[in-house]
Write a protein that binds this ligand. Structure first.
Ligand code: SAH
Length: 490
């Protein structure tokens, strides 16, 4: 413990030229680079999925109370549909979903619906456009402030020190969005040449449009495509670091220690939903009604997905299961966690997972957001983001089940994580050298990253009041035991 504390002090001390006044002098990038100034427009309180507590779905997940949204059985035993949504003319994705349901001869799981809506290779929500920022559908922490990526960079550098400064590290980001986190991480650590020289960046991204934005954000050049694997590679001019793009973690080469960052990635993984009834648990599914509208139904009998429910519930105390009327399970998150844990076991390294979620069973948290507003989950699929709270307990159990050589730490709150990594010092330093407008943005961004609830200092319009996500967002680390306890999790 003391050694780690010393290590952190040493790392922060080494970083202090960067994260203090001196840093701004030495840093070749202006003190408030584009990632901050481009976010300088106000962030209205309804503009992010982090601001979901007023939403019905989020509410019910938090208090685990049963939702009233579903009650339909194909056999006609239950009530008529409460929700039936469809745009006037069907989009490509809507036609595709309807044809799957038609040819399958019955409803599809919520997980299949979610996966198609988000990542269908032709018309999934993420595939063809930039969904982030004030002009997009929602805003994420790296887009709120440059300090987020910088602080994650401090965590990664400390870990690299704990790992004994290996000469080669695969730094993997799952779902990098616009590439803002990685760009701020690289810029913030660019003076630590031994560290940046060791990096090989691997971006796991399904969207060609976002891959292109990441390429530009990281100031990449020298693009090449490996003919055999199809892997796209380039070099980031920020630090001269090689960058490669992959469709999944499986494609990231093994053999070197790995540090994985997953920010708001797990919440996009498809979930199954189950509802308790007189005859036990049924699966909630998506069907098309006779008037051609999407609707939720309950499987009349046991469905194969009940196996996932059983897998998840083996880790939950009976009382926790007994008090829930609905349960969400994310087998993709469990499988991905096991892949991550196996890689960390064999190659060394760690993963940092940050997302909104809960350290226990989830009830009904799936939500849809379009243009910064909550909409119904079945409303014009493909035009709104779908995401669900992350079940951190299932991540912990999945990792522990697959490997004895990894340890799992947290979840801690985002506020605790960023606080331990020195965000207070960083904001103070940035505030000493900026315009009044930039200072306003820094204070707002800081509050949104670490605050809890509405910002007390806000004097602007009510609808733009910054809402803190410091306690609703949680961070968990999966670490090779050889690396000890990671910084911020002691
Ligand atoms: N981490 C970023 C973006 C979060 S949104 C941020 O915080 O700003 C989710 C990201 O994961 C997007 O980049 C999306 O295209 C990507 N994504 C979602 N599902 C994916 C999948 N199954 N495989 C690869 N990338 C995926």
């Amino acid at each position: 413990m003391r050694i780690l504390a010393m290590m952190l002090r040493r790392s922060v001390a080494r970083l202090s030229p960067l994260l203090s006044n001196g840093a701004l002098r030495l840093n070749p990038i202006p003190p408030l680079p584009s990632s901050l100034s481009s976010h300088s427009t106000s962030f209205c309180s309804s503009s992010s999925r982090i601001l979901s507590p007023t939403n019905d779905h989020a509410q019910s997940s938090a208090d685990s109370s049963p939702s009233v949204a579903i009650s339909i059985d194909r056999s006609g035993l239950c009530n008529p549909p409460e929700h039936a949504h469809e745009p006037s003319s069907d989009s490509e994705l809507v036609k595709h979903l309807k044809s799957i349901i038609k040819f399958r001869g019955g409803p599809i799981s919520v997980a299949e619906y979610m996966e198609e809506v988000l990542t269908n290779p032709k018309s999934g929500f993420y595939i063809n456009r930039d969904v982030f920022g004030t002009s997009g559908d929602f805003i994420t922490s790296p887009e709120v402030s440059q300090m987020f990526g910088e602080m994650i960079g401090v965590w990664v550098m400390c870990l690299w020190e704990q790992m004994g400064q290996p000469p080669t590290v695969n730094l993997v980001e799952l779902g990098p969005g616009r590439g803002t986190l990685m760009s701020d991480l690289l810029r913030g650590s660019s003076q630590f040449k031994n560290f940046t020289k060791s990096l090989h960046i691997h971006l796991v991204e399904c969207s060609p449009v976002l891959q292109k934005i990441q390429y530009e954000k990281l100031k990449c050049t020298d693009e090449s495509i490996d003919e055999e694997s199809g892997t796209k590679s380039a070099v980031s001019a920020v630090t001269g670091t090689p960058v490669a793009w992959h469709a999944s973690l499986d494609q990231v080469p093994s053999g070197s220690p790995m540090i994985i960052i997953a920010h708001e990635f797990f919440d996009a993984l498809p979930i199954y939903q189950f509802q308790k009834g007189a005859r036990g648990w049924s699966e909630k599914m998506v069907d098309v009604s006779e008037d051609s509208k999407f609707r939720f139904v309950l499987s009349p009998g046991p469905s194969p997905a009940l196996l996932y429910l059983a897998r998840r519930c083996q880790w939950a105390p009976r009382e926790e299961v007994a008090k829930l009327e609905q349960i969400e399970v994310c087998p993709s998150a469990m499988d991905l966690t096991q892949k991550i844990a196996k890689r960390i076991d064999s190659d060394g390294g760690a993963a940092l997972i940050i997302d909104y979620g809960k350290d226990g069973l989830l009830s009904d948290s799936l939500q849809a957001i379009r243009k910064h507003k909550f909409v119904h989950i079945l409303d014009d699929p493909g035009s709104a983001d779908l995401s669900a709270y992350v079940d951190f307990a299932s991540i912990r159990h999945s990792a522990q089940e697959i490997s004895e050589n990894v340890s799992v730490h947290g979840p801690i709150t985002q506020s605790q994580l960023l606080g331990s990594l020195g965000i207070n010092f960083r904001v103070e330093n940035l505030l000493q050298n900026c315009t009044e407008e930039q200072a306003e943005n820094l204070r707002t961004g800081y509050w949104r990253l670490v605050g809890d609830g509405e910002a007390p200092f806000w004097e602007g319009p009510d609808e733009q009041i910054p809402i803190g996500m410091g306690t609703r967002y949680l961070a968990m680390a999966i670490v090779n035991k050889k690396q000890g306890v990671p910084v911020a999790f002691q």
